[in-house]
Design a protein. Structure first.
Length: 132
């Protein structure tokens, strides 16, 4: 049985950014075809175009590659309901709770993210790992 991992938006941004150390760490995780949500793809496009001056066309090419490379799960009504409960239980922001909810619903064991507390465990099954 393969252990599933979930990758947060920052990995895909760092894979395209100027910091070579962070880029290498991010690419190593991306190469294992992690699970991501539709939120991660949309946030990646937004961050690359707004903060890193990528053209929309360039950002869309990256989005297309993520759709091909990763297992993509939709943020749907079930995900949002779970996110609301998680936000209350763990004092998470709405956006972080959506990431955690998507990872839990996709049966992932690891959530790679720089935005949450390294080592935190959600619902006894999902561990946060900060790869940076």
């Amino acid at each position: 049985m393969t252990v599933k991992v979930f990758a947060d938006t920052n990995l895909f941004v760092y894979a395209e950014a100027q910091d070579p150390i962070k880029a290498l760490k991010a690419l190593a995780i991306i190469e294992i075809s992690p699970v991501i949500s539709t939120q991660v793809i949309n946030e990646t496009v937004s961050v690359l175009t707004k903060k890193y001056a990528f053209s929309l066309s360039e950002a869309h090419e990256i989005a297309e590659s993520l759709l091909d490379l990763c297992e993509v799960v939709a943020v749907d009504a079930q995900t949002i309901r779970k996110a609301i409960a998680l936000a209350k239980q763990y004092s998470l922001s709405h956006w972080d709770s959506l990431i955690v909810a998507a990872a839990l619903l996709a049966d992932c064991a690891t959530l790679y993210s720089e935005d949450m507390q390294h080592g935190q465990i959600f619902e006894g099954t999902l561990s946060v790992v900060n790869p940076f």
